[in-house]
Design a protein around this ligand. Structure first.
Ligand code: NAD
Length: 428
């Protein structure tokens, strides 16, 4: 991976810019540039055919000054220590910008889970926890689902942890199914939070909420809940969705001029977020190249798949109609593309603010686990909206106060809070 597209180099570059704007001391800057702790693990897993395959995995605890490390676990063939470091750094800024009493962490296993059987996936999930369990706990480090992991994977991981420790410990992992201590509203929380930030941005720009149009990349956990909330809560139309096709090993964009029918598309989408091409064509959807979502004539562009999709090259292809870029995915925009978007006046909602709804409800889940008392969905949604709106306002105030763009505004709010905690602990 080139240094230009290395997500951790990008995360460090973003921090460097914030540190310069804030006038951080070099020792504070250095502390925040690197993870506090990282684990590299080997996972021998018995496959269904009797052979043993060794997988490689990571867990990074980036900064824990404000509370236990918090962050998801990815199962992805392209995972590297640097993607996990970057995501752990962004989790640190994400929990801080939302003012949650948590630090930042992330985990990853280098694997393609799709060809694995359910039994192989279960053994891999359990093997990962066996290797890192002594570094986990509700008051140490709390994982959650991310790309290609889900509530079932969290259930196996919780069970392995509780089997090893010999006690119930629901708060060690979030994104669990309801019968194991999950929270109402967790499944769609990231998407609802994204739509709350889009709503606030539309208000800020004096634009109509009803009838706003969007084009989305990704129809997995985040993409689908964003699309559903964009249509049902905001009253907007989603005209384009791009997703990966496993059979063809390439991405496609599915579109409908008057807006896609999310409920229908969900019936023809597999658990990994791949839409059935033939069924979509039969239902009258237009099929285009995977990048076509980027060129759509819409108000809001929502990358909700992987990092580095909006680069110096692709930013120029974004339609002039686009007023808002809502970064649902982590790290979708490179710094060079950021500069182009700023010049064009696109209102960027930075990733660690935009997609913080998931970790916010994960935090609510931990609170409910600690109390053993559970809230209804309306309460979860109301508290999520309050938290996301407050974070949006805090970032806006920093943008005004420092005269910076939204990403730097979010960094300034988050880094200030982490620095304060580090300082109180005597780390700086
Ligand atoms: P997922 O695996 O459930 O879905 C990924 C989607 O992206 C799938 O629809 C897949 O087909 C699509 N995709 C993959 N490669 C593509 C390509 N080249 N072109 C078009 N589409 C492509 O993952 P997810 O959990 O929805 O996560 C998506 C992003 O959101 C990641 O950056 C993740 O870190 C971030 N995120 C996830 C959560 C969460 O709660 N799951 C929370 C915050 C942020």
């Amino acid at each position: 991976m080139s240094e230009e597209l290395n997500p951790f180099a990008i995360a460090q570059r973003q921090l460097d810019e914030a540190a310069a704007t804030m006038g951080l001391s070099s020792s504070t800057h250095e502390l925040l540039r690197w993870p506090m702790r990282e684990l590299h693990v080997n996972l021998p897993v018995r496959m269904d055919d009797g052979t043993v395959r060794t997988f490689h995995g990571y867990r990074v605890q980036y900064n824990t000054a404000r509370g236990p490390a918090k962050g998801g676990i990815r199962f992805h063939p392209n995972e590297t220590i640097d993607t996990v470091r970057a995501l752990a750094a962004w989790m640190t800024w994400k929990t801080a910008v939302l003012d949650l009493p948590l630090g930042g962490g992330k985990g990853g296993v280098v694997c393609d889970p799709k060809p694995l059987s359910q039994y192989e996936l279960e053994r891999l999930s359990r093997a990962y926890i066996r290797q890192i369990h002594s570094f986990l706990g509700p008051d140490i480090d709390v994982p959650a689902p991310d790309v290609y992991t889900n509530p079932q994977v969290m259930s196996w991981m919780l069970d392995e942890y509780e089997t090893i420790t010999g006690r119930h410990s629901a708060g060690v992992i979030t994104g669990k199914p309801l019968p194991l201590g999950g929270s109402q509203g967790r499944a769609g929380a990231t998407g609802l939070g994204i739509v709350v930030t889009i709503r606030e941005a539309l208000k800020m720009l004096g634009m109509n909420l009803q009838g706003t149009t969007a084009s989305v990349q990704g129809f997995g956990n985040v993409g689908r809940s964003t699309v559903i909330n964009f249509i049902k809560v905001l009253g907007g139309h989603v005209t384009h969705i791009s997703c990966w096709d496993n059979d063809d090993r390439k991405a496609y964009t599915y579109s409908k001029k008057d807006g896609i029918d999310a409920d229908f598309l969900l019936t023809i989408t597999d658990p990994y977020g791949t839409i059935d091409k033939d069924a979509a064509l039969q239902a009258g959807y237009t099929l285009d190249d995977g990048d076509a979502w980027l060129e759509a004539e819409v108000d809001v562009l929502i990358p909700a798949a992987l990092e580095n999709v909006i680069t110096a090259q692709t930013a120029d292809r974004i339609h002039s109609s686009v007023r808002i870029l809502a970064e649902a995915a982590n790290g979708p925009t490179t710094p060079d593309a950021d500069a182009t978007l700023n010049e064009r006046g696109v209102y960027v909602i930075p990733d660690f603010l935009c997609n913080a709804g998931g970790v916010t409800v994960s935090y609510f889940e931990q609170v409910q686990n600690a109390y053993g008392y559970y809230w209804d969905e309306a309460t979860v949604h109301e508290r999520l909206d309050d938290k996301m709106s407050a974070a949006f306002r805090a970032v806006h105030e920093a943008v005004q106060g420092y005269g910076v763009n939204n990403r730097m505004g979010a960094y300034i709010v988050a880094v200030n809070r982490v620095v304060e905690a580090c300082s109180l602990r005597g780390w700086i």
